[in-house]
Design a protein around this ligand. Structure first.
Ligand code: GLA
Length: 340
């Protein structure tokens, strides 16, 4: 019998939100909070217990519709089983140091850890694609690939510039002297599935007029008659530009320029994409007024959850929140079960 241990990190997105589903640019980093799946391989089902959940996930290898599985957390396990199609089951446990529902991709970390524990052969991009589909099938949210790819392909000390059209992944070192702090708004993220889907559909409506938003200019968007779709597309087009501004600023060690682009990103997510909340707006305002904070913005899907702040290293201890560090992506170890 084989004992497997798979570990997958969560992620925080420095900039580039609601661009992945439109083929745009993102800049997430895998962070030092992880989900671990440990167990013994074999059998005809995947049975996982979690210290944070009253009911275990028990998923037969031939599971049909992951979204119908109970309890709700088991749907993510079921989505992975359905996508990976493992030859055998697994009996084990899930533990995590990630807060759930905070916008740090605890679900992506769970999917990636389960997939690796079930023998997903990778490479990281294929693993991420299967886990993205698992998330979509489990939750009904038509998410992009950012969260799963950041968890699978993280590079220690670096954020990842991901081009969500070509799926080219480029590590961008976080310069010395800068820290990343995540602060919860106090509103647990209602994974407003329908609002996420609506936003994505609005972007697609704009793209149907002007072509892929990745290649569109602000001038092109004048052709989009619907003012809502036009604003959504304006967010995507300007956010793509800001991602590369932050990449250039980080490479030049210019924390101030990176922070300014993050503040502009928040305004765009608030005004054009309309995924912020009053609590997130107040939090970002408070963070930006804090000494040593170079910039802040909501991170992830929005609708609640966390803000991310870029902070001067020496000021980081004064910002109440979770200091996070960029880490390597998910990994798995396999060994023989020692005889009793
Ligand atoms: C969620 C989705 C991602 C991405 C972000 C917003 O985390 O899972 O694919 O769209 O929202 O950037």
């Amino acid at each position: 019998m084989r004992r497997v241990t798979a570990v997958a990190p969560g992620r925080v997105n420095l900039i580039g939100d609601h661009t992945d589903h439109a083929g745009g640019l993102v800049l997430p980093m895998a962070v030092d909070r992880w989900t671990t799946v440990e167990g013994v391989a074999g059998g005809a089902e995947v049975r996982l217990r979690s210290a944070d959940e009253p009911e275990p996930a028990v998923v037969p290898l031939g599971v049909g519709d992951p979204s119908a599985v109970e309890p709700a957390w088991a749907r993510y396990v079921a989505g992975v089983v359905a996508e990976v199609g493992p030859a055998g089951g697994l009996d084990g446990t899930v533990t995590t140091t990630l807060p759930v529902g905070a916008g740090l991709s605890s679900s992506a970390a769970l999917e990636v850890a389960v997939a690796l524990a079930l023998g997903d052969p990778g490479p990281p991009l294929d693993l991420a694609r299967r886990c993205q589909r698992a998330e979509q099938r489990a939750s009904g949210v038509p998410c992009g690939i950012m969260d799963q790819l950041a968890s699978a392909a993280g590079v220690g000390g670096c954020a990842l510039r991901i081009d969500c059209t070509t799926l080219d992944v480029r590590p961008v070192p976080l310069p010395d002297g800068l820290a990343v702090v995540v602060v919860h708004s106090g509103e647990s993220r209602r994974l407003a599935g329908s609002a996420y889907g609506e936003r994505r559909a609005e972007c697609e409506a704009a793209a149907a007029v002007v072509g892929p938003l990745r290649d569109a200019t602000l001038a092109d968007l004048a052709a989009v008659a619907d003012p809502v779709a036009r604003r959504r597309a304006r967010h995507v087009v300007t956010e793509d530009e800001r991602v590369d501004e932050v990449v250039a600023a980080l490479l030049a060690g210019d924390g101030r320029a990176a922070g300014a682009a993050m503040v502009a990103s928040h305004a765009s997510l608030r005004d054009d994409f309309e995924v912020s909340t009053p609590a997130l707006d107040a939090l970002v305002e408070r963070l930006v007024a804090t000494p040593g904070v170079l910039g802040a913005r909501l991170t992830g899907a929005g609708f609640g959850g966390c803000a991310v702040a870029l902070v001067e290293e020496e000021a980081a201890a004064g910002v109440a929140g979770w200091r996070v560090r960029p880490v390597a992506g998910a990994s798995v170890t396999v060994g023989d079960v020692s005889p009793p």
